[in-house]
Design a binder for this molecule. Structure first.
Ligand SMILES: [Zn+2]
Length: 118
């Protein structure tokens, strides 16, 4: 995934790319952006969410996440993702082999997600 190459990861050297496919067929990408104050680091998934939402896209078919070995989204990202639906797919991609290593519905990754009626 091309956006993975743009990740800013001087501390972990673990670049991650994410791409959201919206129901309208558009793709919104993101990469992780680390910070010397580690708690301010932004994961690739949340970067992609911000890009999609800023473009007015809140309904998604899928998100693909590319990293070495195809790691799963962290807990914070899972919660941010379910804010925009429980039914889209999450595909994990091993960026070295470029193979999908796992796919789930987001609801499977965060059962019992915190919800608050707007
Ligand atoms: Zn995360």
């Amino acid at each position: 995934m091309a956006v993975q190459k743009n990740a800013y990861t001087p501390y972990s050297r673990f670049p991650v790319g994410a791409a959201i496919l919206s129901v309208s067929g558009k793709i919104f990408s993101g990469c992780n952006i680390e910070n010397a104050s580690f708690g301010l680091t932004i994961c690739a998934e949340r970067c992609a969410v911000a890009t999609a939402v800023a473009a007015g896209e809140r309904q998604w078919k899928a998100i693909a996440i590319a990293s070495r070995s195809g790691v799963t989204p962290c807990g914070a990202c899972r919660q941010v993702l379910v804010e925009f639906g429980m039914d889209f797919e999450v595909l994990l991609v091993d960026s070295e082999s470029e193979q999908i290593t796992a796919r789930w519905k987001i609801s499977e990754l965060l059962p019992g997600a915190f919800e608050l009626e707007p």
